[in-house]
Design a protein around this ligand. Sequence first.
Ligand SMILES: Cc1ncc(COP(=O)(O)O)c(C=O)c1O
Length: 392
Amino acid sequence: MAKRPEAPGTSTQAVHAGQRDRSKSHALTPPIHQTSTFWFRDSAELREFAEGRLDRDEYGRYSNPSWRVVQDKLSELEGAEETVLFSSGMAAATSTFLALLPRGGHIVVTNDCYRRTRQFIQQYLSKLDVTATVIEPADTAALKDALQDDTVFFFTESPTNPYLRVIDLPEAARICHERGVKVIIDGTFATPINHRPLEQGADLVIHSATKYLGGHNDLIAGTISGSAEEIAPVREACGVLGGILDPHASYLLLRGMKTLSLRMERHNANGLAVARWLEGQPKVRKVWYPGLESHPDHEVASRLMQGFAGVVTFEIDGDLEDTIRFTDACRLPYIAPSLGGVESLVEMPVLMSYWDYPAEERQAYGITDSLVRLACGIEDVDDLIADLSQAL
Ligand SMILES: Cc1ncc(COP(=O)(O)O)c(C=O)c1O
């Protein structure tokens, strides 16, 4: 997709958006507002604020200038009017779902997704009698069939976890909007550098900012972006449910985001090179990466995305023990959950995210004993490939 003509480039946005003229001290780097509350000069000022005539901060669960600069930066990158920050990606998703869903509402979700999102839907939303229809990620015919009169939204990751399925978003949005259904995309695996869902029909985009946005494996955060109208109930829910970001973590997120575009270039390059290399290895049975011609959504991904990021999922040609031997032999990637940071991480979903699932359920989600998820960091690709080669 070409650069939006009216917008500066994403590297310029990542560095400058939201930042200028914020601080009375003229500090170039926005300061950390490490405060729980904000004082009023007198009751007249308080009244002006309460009556909506004065735009300022009041209490740290509702707003903080350290959030605002990050929110504005991400809004510009996403092409959104507004963004809300949360204490985690899960806080962003759960607060959004609770804000938007009435008791007994219906949603459509995809089966390949972060397990805790699935757990929230199954274990907690069911208490509000919310029902969910689960479809295959790329199956737009199934999406059409799944929509009901009481469907509130379609929620999916894109790319999904761990199979990196990419949704034909313009088509999915067309189907949903015809029935008055909102589309919410978890864009964690892409970032606005690779994919801007709001420009392709999504109503809201969520991120686990813990991953690429923060980018340094040193914070937990979440975001949601969209139009002012769509965001208003979510912002209110954030202030009530209280899953807010600490001002210091907000500063770390701001610092990380300044290099987002630069880091994504390397993640994209490393992911593609490693995926291509893995595909040629006799000890690797199968590789999933949207940038490979062999991926089921390669055409859709190439049409909608500008890069495919650093996560590569593959199957070792062997059993559980062979796969454990491979991951244990990796010297560069750490064995750890998460992705999107500068350090490469490797995990076997069967031992990590899905370790407590019964075998039949794991199979239903396609989690095999020899599945590996590699999150390529920003190391030199030759070093990464040399390490994977010795481990294989
Ligand atoms: C796609 C996706 N969405 C959301 C989350 C949850 O984010 P967090 O860990 O920041 O709560 C994760 C976490 O791994 C994820 O992979």
